[in-house]
Write a protein that binds this ligand. Sequence first.
Ligand code: C6P
Length: 426
Amino acid sequence: MLTAHERAEGGALDSKSDRRATFDVAAIRADFPALDQEVHGKPLVYLDSAASAQKPRAVIAAMDSLYLHDYANVHRGVHELSQRATRRYEGARDRVRDFIGAGDSREIVFVRGTTEAVNLVAQSFVRPRLQPGDEILITGLEHHSNIVPWQLVAEATGAKLVVVAIDEHGAVSADEFAAKITERTRFASFAHISNSLGTVLPIEAMIAHAKKAGVSVMIDGAQAVPHRHVDVRALDVDFYAFSSHKMYGPSGIGALYGKASHLEAMPPYQGGGEMITKVSFEETVYNDIPHKFEAGTPNIGGAIGLGAAIDYLNGIDFDQLAAHEESLLAAATTQLVDLGGITVVGTAPEKAAVVGFVIDGVHPHDVGTILDREGVAVRAGHHCAQPVMDHFKVPATVRASFGCYNTMDDVVRLVAAVEVCREVFR
Ligand code: C6P
């Protein structure tokens, strides 16, 4: 028998038609309790969603209900609670499948986040295919999570990392990407959207170039899935990864999409319970995909929270969301530049949801601290993209990033706080 929460979740799965007809930012804000507070005596303006987004009540409630009513380990128990938890956990996997347009739930592996997904693919798919002198292709705007795992496999195998340079705006050219593909290129991995610059990469053209050369591709979608509709089958991408916490779900969980044929051919990444069908001291038979890659007790509550975050996002029209975030980005960029003495870092023609900037003569960490005193939460630092900072010859930037709940008032407060900051350092 289905519990009330399972019925609610089942309903959500079937009701894409529930999409909100209009983009009502006030209604969206009301769904996020954390936004309704003061910080240092000022109403909070949360502009750090690229680092981690706030959570709507529906996500918190889904996780609460698991722990209040349905919690037990998954895939193991014959008892009722284990069966409920298993149904909800696997229901979350089905939601991820539908959310990114995958054809089969077996192609969705739950992981800790994007970082773990890249490491899994690097170690299990790419490393066994590498010979000394082989090449792995990335771009100059990658997050450290999409650099270091490739350096690790390159070091272990004698392969090398080839980097497609970004231009002075922080854009990546699909033609330059194509020009870097050689007969030694074995794999390409790149972001869908840059976390430090907001650049939207021309991933369709890049994937097409790679496919033409027979090169498999992984996309780091961490910054894309909260803002863009993604269809992995239309992209014909081999692997696509993202983290739940940037898309209004809990932290510590994310998903790796991999084509079933790849996942089936790959060796397990970690050994333990759950990923086996039979173990003896002589031999172990691995479980089917995706369980082969989910060793140990998984993040059950996290997966269910991620499923609820997807239900929440399915209630938002992504075209309207993108238009809303674009207008915030355009207003913030123009108004910051108009202040004078401010350089926006990352001015690619295709940008999303992120404005990175530096103020002449003021260290970004000082800006971040003063903005915080004004109630405005931004990230200041290298954003785990040090090569990007080196490219633009800055130690760090201030980054304001937008989510579905941000408003033009937030932009006004950001710009006013930056003015306060300039006064302090004048
Ligand atoms: N970026 C930011 O402030 P994890 O930590 O595994 O959930 O995600 C890593 C990651 C990978 N790729 C991109 C493009 C990312 O933006 C991130 C996380 C955060 O920009 C924290 S450093």
